[in-house]
Design a protein. Structure first.
Length: 275
């Protein structure tokens, strides 16, 4: 189909769904063998990258070549950076408390619960959230001002995510900061600069898919779902529940925006207003 249609044919959508499932099922096999389900977080970005790469190949001769390349590169850069960062961050650590809690609540066989509630669910989410990448790749429309706006939103999101991750990693690497709350740099403006950046990335990719009202409609589910996952799903909500009892976190939360970057607020527990 072209820029006036819905996007990729059903056969190509089926192939990308199989690719997403294949990456997550391979990760499941490795996780079961190692008894470590936190490695699924590494596969998250890899699965998006795989879907983007396969979509680029499938859409050859169908969509505008510049748009095809742009959305593929943007998705792969974001996905691989995220996977490499998570792999480095989790090296030498045991199971993630989120997965331990989730799988501990399940009934029956723990392994099959993990397959159903973690891996197959994430495979479905990868395919669903990748819809802007898939629809944009089949559009024949030339690049325009909305595409460059989308690229700017994507770049801003990637910058927030990468800088936030780097600042937090550097903070944690200093033994003097053990037990302290990170409230510097971007983390003084939002409690989750990486999650905010992640959300912006997908709003930017959505704009790249807005080449027709049909493509816009079907692609809008992606940034909405990703933003909800990051704010009320398994991202911000679960992390803040885990952090709630940390000394100083309540004061940090009281003066710092929960998601959208905003100037830090003064809190009575502070000796002076924070700037």
């Amino acid at each position: 189909m072209n820029g006036a249609g819905w996007g990729p044919p059903a056969s190509d959508l089926a192939i990308t769904a199989a690719v997403a499932a294949g990456v997550l099922l391979a990760t499941f096999a490795i996780a079961v063998r190692r008894d470590l389900h936190r490695i699924v977080d590494i596969a998250w970005g890899i699965a998006f990258s795989a879907v983007a790469a396969v979509t680029y190949l499938l859409s050859a001769g169908e969509g505008n070549d510049a748009r095809r390349l742009l959305v593929a590169v943007a998705t792969i850069v974001w996905g691989l950076r995220l996977s490499v960062h998570i792999a480095r961050r989790s090296r030498g650590h045991g199971e993630d408390p989120r997965y331990a809690e989730l799988l501990g609540k399940g009934h029956g066989n723990r392994t099959w619960n993990a397959l159903r509630t973690v891996y197959l669910l994430q495979a479905a989410l990868v395919w669903l959230i990748s819809l802007p990448v898939q629809t944009a790749s089949y559009s024949t429309e030339p690049l325009g001002w909305l595409d460059f706006a989308g690229l700017a939103v994507w770049a801003t999101g990637l910058g927030f995510e990468a800088v936030g991750d780097h600042q937090l990693a550097r903070f944690k690497s200093d033994p003097a900061n053990q037990g302290r709350i990170m409230d510097r740099g971007l983390w003084a403006w939002t409690r989750h600069p990486n999650y905010f950046g992640d959300s912006l990335v997908w709003w930017g990719l959505f704009l790249l898919a807005c080449t027709s009202w049909q493509a816009s409609l079907i692609s809008a589910v992606s940034p909405v779902v990703m933003t909800l996952l990051l704010t009320v799903g398994s991202g911000k909500r679960l992390l803040e529940r885990h952090m709630a009892d940390r000394p100083g976190y309540a004061e940090y939360a009281a003066r710092t925006s929960g998601f959208l970057p905003m100037p830090p607020r003064w809190h009575p527990a502070d000796s002076k207003p924070r700037r």
